[in-house]
Design a protein. Structure first.
Length: 275
């Protein structure tokens, strides 16, 4: 059977983690309670296998892929409890999982073989400050009528459309948690949020980046680039390590990451289907 761990027991899966796990930032942020997520295991006392679910974003498998006590029930679990949790917690409509190796790819594929599975690659990037400094002079300046702001309680309170609140609550338990742990910058026209770059996942001094421009009419005008540039400068000034992760098929994100000085480091296969 597959069991959901209580939050104060999340630490039990740390023995399953390897130091070179490309998803270590996400996993540790959920274990620590900084970010939203749930952890499911084969045994609540001595887990050998775990699924770490970043709520509404992605599922990550760790531990023994050949553990029948976990994999035998995996298909029913994905279609049942995980689907309900995803729908109820965030309105999610897709199962998206990163498979770290061939053993896990085989196990997960078998569990969801009745579905029409799509595949992709998750790219993990490393920040190169020298490349960022060399490229930032080419960024388009902020047009007249727009301002660049650090996201704080006042900016959030003035966000009458609740854009930032909705984004933050995808990743954090509350706005206060984001303001305590995360960092963010946004481009505004008056009090309207046009584009924002913020920490979507935090563990110690490592910060995963989320960036978005919210209206199609505002896209391709350099707003996301400028929000990210301010974010990266803050990271360099405060000794934080920014992380960029994106799907191979998200060509705009790949281009933006490269423009900001991020360089590809590793990749993992992604399996996906719509519930």
């Amino acid at each position: 059977m597959i069991h959901r761990l209580e939050r104060n027991d999340y630490l039990k899966i740390r023995t399953l983690l390897s130091p070179d796990n490309v998803n270590d930032l996400t996993i540790q942020a959920i274990i620590n309670g900084t970010n939203r997520g749930a952890i499911y295991v084969d045994d609540v006392e001595q887990p050998r296998t775990a699924l770490v679910d970043q709520t509404g974003v992605i599922s990550i498998f760790v531990g023994d892929a050949a553990n029948g006590a976990f994999t035998a029930d995996l298909g029913a679990f994905i279609e049942g409890e995980l689907r309900r949790y995803t729908t109820e917690s965030c309105g999610g409509t897709h199962f998206l999982a990163v498979v770290p190796d061939e053993a896990w790819e085989e196990a997960v594929t078998k569990a969801i073989s009745h579905r029409e599975i799509e595949t992709d690659w998750e790219y993990y990037y490393q920040f190169n400050p020298e490349q960022f400094q060399a490229r930032k002079d080419s960024y388009r300046p902020l047009p007249e009528g727009y301002t660049l702001k650090k996201i704080d309680a006042i900016v959030m309170e003035n966000d009458s459309d609740n854009i930032l609140i909705e984004v933050v609550e995808e990743f954090y338990h509350s706005m206060d948690d984001f303001l305590q742990w995360g960092v963010g910058f946004c481009v505004c026209k008056g009090n309207t949020i046009v584009s924002a770059c913020l920490s979507c996942c935090v563990h110690e001094r490592d910060h995963e980046i989320s960036v978005e421009t919210y209206e199609e009419a505002d896209m391709n005008k350099g707003f996301a680039t400028l929000a990210c540039a301010a974010y990266l400068e803050h990271c360099m000034e405060h000794g934080l390590t920014p992380h960029w992760t994106t799907l191979q098929t998200n060509e705009e994100s790949v281009r933006l990451g490269t423009k900001l000085g991020f360089e590809p480091k590793e990749k993992c296969k992604i399996l996906e289907f719509e519930y």
